[in-house]
Write a protein that binds this ligand. Sequence first.
Ligand code: PGA
Length: 253
Amino acid sequence: MRKCIIAGNWKMNGTKESVRNLLSSIKEGAKSFKNSNLQFVVFPPHVFLDETERQLSGTDISWGAQNFSHHKNGAYTGEISISMLQEFHCRYVLVGHSERRILYGENDDLIASKFVAASDAGLIPILCVGETLDERQSGITNQVINRQLVSVLKVVSSLDVFRNAVIAYEPVWAIGTGMNATKEQAADVHAYIRNQFANYDASIAENLQILYGGSLKPDNASDLLAMEDIDGGLIGGASLKADDFLKIAEKRT
Ligand code: PGA
């Protein structure tokens, strides 16, 4: 049975103090999920990874980075390498988030390189895919998702890397807008993604965790997280309040 992942993408938010408080509240609240089939992951800004590691070491909660360079080291001003993240015991990384694609011009090829670099280093990449409103309205959602997946699939050494990777379906029009995908819309795309993998390998498809992201909140989580192919959530805004983040997790259990 696939484990459910409840992941918080904190984006560029927080202060030393608010992060300290958020971590300790999540840590406390997560204790009641101890034996559930659920994995919490948080993605703080890089500068708070130290505090995150300090607070979460020895707990069942994992952490990761929102961004990193596919280069190993060198003259890349402002960038963070994978080995640096590993010093802070990051287990996961986000790859291909739509904000990186749209605001920072990360294209399919760069995202594929980042995915490979993370995966080669033993981190678990969460590959984000999703269509814009225009693309949905033009009826090309599946084509867009397929293009985003294939750009990664064609460069990985073996499909087996997806035994240690996660996909997040995040419709761009639902991110930070308060307008979530309906459970049917999300379920259709999740099933499409799983089917694409099933065309190559049935066991990889069956075990692949596919998260939903885009205005996931305590009041819409029950519907979305109950769908067969939805294996958890990647949560932005609502992950900044420990109560909401934990309430979303409760809806799954
Ligand atoms: P949101 O963000 O929950 O604020 O819509 C989700 C994400 O960007 O991962």
